[in-house]
Design a protein around this ligand. Structure first.
Ligand SMILES: [Zn+2]
Length: 211
C-alpha cells in the first residue's frame, strides 16, 4: 500500500500485486455489501401538517461499520484503503453485527448485516486465497522449486532441487529417485529428501565433494 505513495516504486511486481489485491478486495466488499448490508434507514423530515418528506437517516448513513460504494465523485470506503477492506470482509465472514440492534434514536433496527449466504462465503474465501497467492508470489514466498546449480548429489551425481514455500522450512530432494544411496528418507514421490534438520549434513557433504 505504501508503495503507491512513492513516485518510482522499485518493485513493480509488488506494486502490481498490491494494486490487483486492492481491486479484488474492493470489488468483493462491494458484492458483499450489496447482498448483506442493511439499506440506510429513512426518516420523516417534514413538519407535522405538511406533506410528508422522507430522507436518508444521516446517522445511519454515517455508521462507520458500513461499506460505502464509490461514485464518480467519491471513492466511498475505498478511501480507507486495503486494510480497512480486509477487516470489513473478515467481519462479514465472522458474522459480526448480524444481531438486531437499535437506531441512534432508540428505535429498533434490523441487523446491520445479514449472515452471508453459502455461495458468498465460498466466493470470499476464494478471493482471499487468490490475494494470498498474489502476495506470496510478489514476496517470492510462494511454493517453488529451484535446481541447485553446479552442485550435484554427492552420493549419486543426480540433480538436487531446493524446495521453498511460505511458512514452511526449506528442503532438498535428489531427482535420481530411490536408487540414490544418500542416507536420508524417501519422500512421497520416491526421492531422497533432506528435511531442514538434514541440510547441514548435505551442505558439508557438498563441501567435501568439491575436493
Ligand atoms: Zn542422489
Amino acid at each position: 500500500m505504501t508503495l503507491r505513495q512513492h513516485p518510482a516504486p522499485a518493485n513493480l511486481t509488488a506494486l502490481d500485486a498490491a494494486v490487483r489485491v486492492e481491486g479484488l478486495l474492493f470489488d468483493l466488499a462491494d458484492t458483499l455489501a450489496a447482498a448483506a448490508q442493511r439499506p440506510i434507514g429513512r426518516r420523516l423530515v417534514s413538519s407535522p401538517g405538511r406533506p410528508e418528506v422522507w430522507a436518508d437517516d444521516a446517522a445511519d448513513a454515517a455508521d462507520p461499520r458500513r461499506w460505502r460504494f464509490r461514485s464518480p465523485t467519491d471513492p466511498g470506503s475505498r478511501r480507507h484503503g486495503l486494510h480497512f477492506a480486509a477487516l470489513w470482509v473478515e467481519g462479514r465472514l465472522l458474522d459480526e453485527d448480524t444481531a438486531p440492534e437499535r437506531h441512534l434514536d432508540g428505535s429498533p433496527a434490523p441487523a446491520l448485516f445479514a449472515r452471508l449466504p453459502e455461495h458468498l462465503r465460498h466466493e470470499t474465501i476464494r478471493v482471499a486465497r487468490q490475494c494470498e497467492r498474489l502476495v506470496l508470489r510478489a514476496l517470492e514466498l510462494d511454493e517453488r522449486e529451484t535446481p541447485v546449480e553446479g552442485r550435484p548429489c554427492p552420493w549419486c551425481d543426480g540433480e538436487l532441487i531446493l524446495h521453498t514455500a511460505g511458512g514452511k522450512p526449506p528442503r532438498v530432494t535428489c531427482q535420481t529417485g530411490p536408487r540414490c544411496p544418500a542416507p536420508v528418507a524417501i519422500d512421497e514421490r520416491s526421492r531422497r529428501v533432506w528435511e531442514v534438520a538434514g541440510l547441514p549434513a548435505l551442505v558439508s557433504a557438498l563441501g567435501r565433494a568439491l575436493y
